[in-house]
Design a protein around this ligand. Sequence first.
Ligand SMILES: Cc1cc2nc3c(=O)[nH]c(=O)nc-3n(C[C@H](O)[C@H](O)[C@H](O)COP(=O)(O)OP(=O)(O)OC[C@H]3O[C@@H](n4cnc5c(N)ncnc54)[C@H](O)[C@@H]3O)c2cc1C
Length: 573
Amino acid sequence: MSKYTVLTTDIAVLGSGGAGLLAVLHAKKANPELEVVLVSKGAVGRSGCTRMVQGGFNAVLSEDDSLEKHYIDTLKGGKFLNNQELAWTLVEDAPKVIRELEVEYGAFFDRTEDGRIKQKAFAGQSFDRTVHKGDLTGIEIMSRLREQMFRVKPQELEDVRALDLILSPNGEVAGITCLDVRKGTLIFLRAKVVIVATGGSATMYRIAAPAREKTGDGVAMCIRAGLEVRDMEMLQFHPTGLLAGESRMTGAVLEEGLRGAGAYLVNALGERYMKRYDPVKMERATRDVVARASYMEIMAGRGTPQGGVFIDISHLGEAEVLRRFPGMVARTRLIGGDLATRPVEVSPTSHYAMGGVIIDKDCFTSVPGLLVAGEDAGGAHGANRLGGNGVAESTVYGCRAGRTAAAEVAKRDFLPFNEEDVQASIRKTEIPLKSGPGFTPFDLTRQLKDSMWENCGVVRSAEGLNRAQSDIAALNEELKKVRISSSREFNVGWNEYLDLENQLTVAESMIDSAIIRTETRGSHTRSDFPESDHANWLRYIVYKKVGSGKSEISLRDVQFTRVKPEFDEGSES
Ligand SMILES: Cc1cc2nc3c(=O)[nH]c(=O)nc-3n(C[C@H](O)[C@H](O)[C@H](O)COP(=O)(O)OP(=O)(O)OC[C@H]3O[C@@H](n4cnc5c(N)ncnc54)[C@H](O)[C@@H]3O)c2cc1C
């Protein structure tokens, strides 16, 4: 029997991004006496992607805008695959969150000359509604939320990674197992309510933008616990990720506001190629359209030798570019480019997972006591997320999860659990800590990323997806033979192994779902099914593990509870 420490709390929040920290704040606001433990794999408030938000946050603040307009933009962007109630809640609550961030926590967003919050254009939107702080909005939001943690004082378990959900014999939440990364020790955290907010995963690709600690842990632990996930085939590629060879800067995003401000995309022949793909919206078309267009140019041999295209905003003048996009200019100068004065090489980069755990608008899942919020949840964005709706979602649903959790604690108690489930989670975690010949997790991760990029990437086909499926099966076998040093403290190889296990679980659900969707919709492009099939595919794909490694897929009709689908004539998907 392996040893572990037992901790107890009313509410366990997993993840300290926008969703996690607002969940803590709202739970404490509802009842300051509640015990809240915040488990964070990375530094509290400084890990995850909310801090990386550049462009901004969509919210209806102007009298000339309306919730209905924002809502329709969101549904059209999502190609009507969205859960309409989740999308409406996002739109309806977003202005309240902006006010809360400014008035209660002291966030300060850019202003117009007469003192109102300044909002800018983002692709796919019928109104300029993106609230921002320069081009580094996430740092402002997360810094203010981090300060609030010193006021409400949850117990912070930093550099602690959640491993597995432990359910009671009747299938409700009993707690979670965790690994203290600094010490290498194991914890069983018993909780009346668990909020999963680990930020999803889009990192299992060769070129990827998100924070590296986001490896699908929350979604994978939910899949292992038998929860249903939806839309897993919907992975957004941002059109403008930097290309910088083997550097970790490869994949880092140049924000969407650049295209909103008039940046051109040009291929290696100097052509503004968007005229071939969307002559009306050009560079301001939605991300899926632009990423696909760039990919097609590169595949057609009109890309750069490094496999990219160029973004060029230098026609606005150096001073203006520097004034409006100082963070982006600094980023390109770091790798020897200069956005302010010349074109910069970019490629589509894996950016955001629209798919995730099925929730309702109060963040309830099918497991009593288990709530999910932020990028770990699926449904709000449908087939494609609009820029600016990601941080809106994570903060709106973080607030809701916190309030729901506080109300649930009053109705729940600590539940019994099966000791063998805790032991099984620990045994599984410790598998690679053995000497002897075997694979290193780093090599396997590289193989996973290459396969996902080539076979389940911007443009997919049955042939490629089948190849990806067999690659994942082989990697799952090789995972069992990974061997790493048995030192427990800050063991990087051990963490890579645990990341890989989760990434493989999530990747499998993505590939299986992508094979099933025999059409092109939003971010899911099939070269063998290039058209959208509205007659048959206004349905979402639900993936679930059913035991002994087997999975089950079902198709469900989208419920058009508020708006019937309407596609622009000539719309590609
Ligand atoms: C470069 C970039 C730019 C972006 N710009 C924008 C933008 O301009 N506008 C917009 O709307 N959206 C943007 N997004 C998307 C946006 O960042 C996300 O939608 C949103 O912030 C996700 O919030 P979250 O709270 O769900 O997760 P995150 O903020 O990503 O937080 C996840 C947290 O979970 C923790 N964690 C992970 N695994 C575990 C584990 N096993 N146990 C415990 N903790 C764990 C991490 O350490 C982290 O604290 C951008 C994303 C990227 C990558």
